[in-house]
Design a protein around this ligand. Structure first.
Ligand code: NAI
Length: 495
């Protein structure tokens, strides 16, 4: 058949091949293979075992770049050694910047909410590349380790724009941004500001925000108040697993990692080594992820038909051993899928089914290989001025001794010592003797009276660093700058 959509297929490890084969069999029944060519690629354990710490071969990378769509089963992350999580590598390598997960009440999947008649239909969009997942970590002193939390304006814009487009397509009336901007005023503050900026394009949809800790409580107490939530990476990771719990667990939570050119669709549970090879694994999460892939590929009709058949099967008590009414027999993976295939063309009765569209959508364009790395930018033509620096010291001295030394060092420079903090809390010139200190200090130098931002560039600050480094162990350094007259740095706690 003339299949016009290519999908790079990685079956995964453990239960991966079993649930992937079953899912593809279901898709074949629904006619998907007439439109899609699934191209097997090598990823996961066999590649790690062969000594490639990327967990994927050059051939697999080439195929992903050619097809632009990846459908993958769960993959083992090697413990210890150099091998990183292939799931994280894939998202970052191919700029799949938004993780979209859809959580809905499924018939036959009992939860405290379904028992109370509460129907859930929630989409979580999580930023997928930045935040602490940049993985930029350093040991700074014998006692202190740092992980840099990176949030960029264009990275936030990408995920917010996608979320708002998606919300409009789904016909939602409200979108929330989850954040912690009350504490992380600059990083989460930027994420929230870019959310509000993206919202301006969609005046018909309400833009709301919620602090992430309150969000977690609200999701447990009254989850039906949320339609879509957009979150930074780490918060989104945690909140999306919480949401999976609301609808029955990770076995029922699909996941799509969407980028401009390449998108990855995967089950969110792991390789389940305890049941691998037994033919009893539940393929629902992978099937649901596959439905997101089919919709992404424009095959909205097949996706709706399969979803309705799945709902009908679940409704009639069809189950694998890990869920459902234990008084009914549990089916193996293959039988479970056959029961769904048998129901193609019908739909559920107790919950709303999915409307089957009259026409399929457009297929996604095949990736256009960029000639070099693309630099994405939001704020351009910004006027920046250096106004000082924060120097981080590795020292066991007390704050008063550090202050004495720093004031001596800064004599006859354009800078004066304005602050010393320890773990972010001010310990000099003011503070409390009850503040316990560790071996890691921030000393802040700012322009003396008589100097103005823009009087000189960063070299004078770097010269100060040199003077400090002659006497102290310096473990890191940040310039203090104003951007279009606005401070680009936070104050210390208690300042
Ligand atoms: P896991 O999700 O594989 O297993 C946790 C429990 O859930 C086990 O009892 C398992 O039998 C059960 N389970 C999971 N999926 C199931 C399914 N489809 N049907 C029935 N039961 C199911 O988590 P675990 O044990 O922490 O991780 C095992 C391996 O999977 C590790 O190497 C881990 O790195 C990897 N992993 C991969 C992921 C991915 O590829 N997206 C995600 C999470 C873990």
């Amino acid at each position: 058949m003339g299949s016009e959509i290519r999908v790079a297929l990685a079956k995964g490890d453990g239960i991966g091949p079993e649930i992937m084969d079953a899912t593809l069999e279901l898709f074949r029944h629904a006619g998907v293979h007439e439109r899609v060519q699934f191209v097997p690629v090598q990823m996961g354990r066999e590649v790690f075992d062969a000594g490639d710490s990327r967990g994927m071969t050059d051939g697999a990378i080439a195929e992903v770049e050619a097809s632009g769509v990846v459908f993958k089963g769960p993959m083992e992350t090697p413990k210890g050694g150099g091998g990183k999580s292939i799931n994280v590598t894939l998202r970052k390598l191919f700029s799949a910047y938004a993780n979209v997960r859809h959580f809905r009440t499924l018939p036959g999947v009992e939860t405290p909410y379904s028992r109370s008649g509460i129907e859930l239909n929630l989409t979580i969009v999580r930023e997928n590349i930045e935040d602490t997942y940049g993985g930029v970590e350093h040991r700074l002193t014998p006692d202190m380790i740092q992980c840099k939390r990176l949030i960029s304006a264009p990275g936030s814009d990408q995920v917010h724009r996608l979320a708002w487009r998606h919300a409009k397509a789904l016909g939602l009336s409200r979108v929330h941004c989850g954040h912690k901007a009350n504490i992380m005023k600059l990083t989460d503050g930027l994420f929230l500001e870019r959310f509000r900026q993206a919202a301006r394009e969609y005046p018909e949809i309400e833009a709301a925000d919620v602090i992430v800790d309150a969000l977690c409580m609200n999701l447990v107490v009254r989850p039906q108040q949320y339609q879509m939530i957009v979150l930074p990476n780490l918060q989104g990771d945690i909140v999306s697993d919480l949401a999976a719990g609301l609808v029955g667990g990770l076995g029922f939570a699909p996941s799509a990692n969407i980028g401009n050119q390449i998108s990855i669709f995967e089950a969110v549970h792991g390789t389940a080594p305890d049941i691998a090879g037994k033919g009893i694994a539940n393929p629902t999460s992978l099937i649901l992820s596959g439905l997101m892939m089919l919709r992404h590929a424009g095959l909205v009709r097949a996706a709706a038909a399969i979803e309705n058949a799945l709902l009908a099967a679940l409704e009639s008590g069809v189950r694998t051993g890990d869920f459902g009414d234990k008084s009914r027999p549990a089916l193996g993976t293959k039988e479970f899928v056959r029961a769904i295939a048998d129901r193609l063309g019908s739909g559920p009765k107790s919950v709303s089914g999915v409307a089957v569209p009259e026409k399929d959508g457009p297929a996604p364009p095949t990736p256009q290989r960029p000639s070099g790395h693309t630099v994405i930018r939001t704020y351009t033509n910004v006027v920046k001025h250096v106004v000082g620096c924060d120097i981080y010291l590795d020292t066991p001295l007390a704050p008063s001794s550090v202050a004495e030394e720093m004031q001596r060092i800064a004599q006859e420079t354009p800078f004066k010592l304005t602050l010393i903090s320890n773990r972010g809390t001010q310990v000099w010139p003011a503070g409390s003797m009850y503040t316990e200190c560790v071996d890691y200090y921030r000393v802040r130098f700012e322009l003396r009276e008589g100097f103005r931002p823009g009087d000189f560039g960063q070299s004078r600050c770097v010269a100060l660093l040199d003077r400090v480094a002659e006497k102290f162990d310096v473990c890191s350094y940040e310039l203090l700058r104003v951007f279009d007259g606005v401070k680009g740095y936070s104050l210390a706690q208690g300042q």
